[in-house]
Design a protein around this ligand. Structure first.
Ligand SMILES: NC(=O)C1=CN([C@@H]2O[C@H](COP(=O)(O)OP(=O)(O)OC[C@H]3O[C@@H](n4cnc5c(N)ncnc54)[C@H](OP(=O)(O)O)[C@@H]3O)[C@@H](O)[C@H]2O)C=CC1
Ligand SMILES: CCCCCCCCCCCCCCCC(=O)[C@@H](N)CO
Length: 326
């Protein structure tokens, strides 16, 4: 007890937090970086709908050369028209399934060396695992996780030897369900948690090539994909997801693009998401010494808050399963 209060008393003496700040300013790695967007080649998978389409709009409006990739040629064509109408910019479109490495590789080679790669494609159906077919589980992992490997592997060689000597970026659109497991999202959460391992390892491998990795964690976002998902989402999934509210597509795209430009490793999109990132930061890299400081001093209290959320969620699950078995 005495030891604990002495520890907290130390924080009343400004010299202690100040020296922690100073030490963090010296040691945080990788170093802060800014990623320019103007006049660069931005390649977005899943760029024909929702968050990807909104990101393509933003990139085009900011003066980038934009390429988008998705399966449906029809949706790609529509997206292209929409962006041209709004910004006057003609985006290049590539029809390919991210599960097909050769097709992805061909599209990326055709598009030319990439400066900013945004891996955003994703599929989601919320369903209890007992009701999820093995094929559908595999489909989720294949598109969200293996597909992301395919896209990055296909783009990386040319990114490493790019002529444009500016800092490059590889960003991945995860989900808050990629930071905490959520009822109904066993397959989806697993596919998105996988991106965390991929991103952390990849950042170490590409830092010497001046390539910077960003992971984006949106909450529920009002996209065409989300509209579809809601038709069959279990009630408990919706209750738990509501802890973080929902956001508009443009708002998420703005947060994502700002995070990419600021070279952040972790990008949260709302206040709950910021708390969730603090709670789950673990061994992830941190470029900002301010945020590193916040992580250090909130580690204990944020764990307490996290446990209250779990308490709340398990109460909801219990209540719901009782009404169901009646
Ligand atoms: N909306 C939400 O609530 C949230 C979404 N996210 C994540 O954000 C990302 C975008 O989601 P959102 O905008 O809602 O999704 P949408 O369903 O609106 O759009 C998905 C995009 O991905 C493309 N896509 C899907 N499967 C493949 C494939 N196999 N190969 C190539 N392209 C593919 C789609 O085109 P096509 O079908 O023609 O291939 C489309 O362009 C996803 O990774 C999702 O997990 C994260 C948190 C919340
Ligand atoms: C310590 C503090 C914790 C703070 C609160 C945490 C709240 C977490 C809620 C998880 C929401 C998951 C939404 C998934 C959205 C998604 O990806 C689907 N719509 C499919 O696209």
């Amino acid at each position: 007890m005495a030891a604990i209060s002495t520890f907290f008393l130390l924080f009343l003496i400004p010299i202690v937090p100040l020296s922690i700040l100073a030490i963090l300013a010296l040691i945080v790695r990788p170093r802060p970086i800014k990623i320019p967007i103007k006049s660069r080649h931005v390649f977005i998978t899943g760029g024909s709908s929702g968050i990807g389409l909104a990101l393509a709009h933003r990139a085009a409006a900011e003066g980038a050369r934009v390429s988008i990739l998705a399966r449906s040629a029809g949706k790609l064509e529509e997206a292209k028209k929409e962006i041209q109408l709004a910004t006057g910019v003609e985006v290049a479109t590539f029809s390919a399934d991210v599960r097909d490495y050769d097709a992805v590789s061909k599209a990326i080679d055709e598009s030319g060396p990439i400066d900013v790669l945004i891996v955003n494609q994703g599929v989601f159906t919320a369903k209890e695992l007992v009701k999820h077919s093995p094929e559908d589980v595999k489909f989720t992992i294949d598109v969200n996780l293996v597909g992301s490997f395919n896209v990055i592997k296909a783009a990386l060689p040319a990114m490493k030897v790019r002529k444009d000597r500016g800092p490059a970026s590889i960003s991945l659109v995860s989900s808050q369900a990629g930071q905490v497991g959520v009822y109904g999202y066993a397959a989806y959460s697993a596919s998105k948690f996988g991106l965390q391992g991929l991103a952390q390892a990849l950042q170490q491998e590409v830092i010497a090539d001046d390539i910077h990795v960003t992971l984006i964690f949106p909450p529920d976002t009002n996209t065409p994909g989300f509209e579809e998902e809601q038709k069959s989402r279990p009630e408990v999934t919706a209750i738990i997801a509501a802890s973080s509210g929902s956001m508009e597509t443009e708002e998420v795209a703005r947060k994502a693009m700002d995070g990419i430009k600021a070279g952040k490793f972790t990008v949260s999109c709302n206040f709950e998401g910021f708390l969730l990132s603090l709670a789950t930061t673990g061994m992830s890299p941190q470029r900002s010494f301010w945020l590193a400081f916040l992580e250090v001093i909130t580690a204990g209290p944020i764990r307490l808050i996290a446990l209250f959320f779990q308490w709340d969620w398990y109460k909801a699950i219990e209540k719901w399963s009782k009404t169901k078995t009646k």
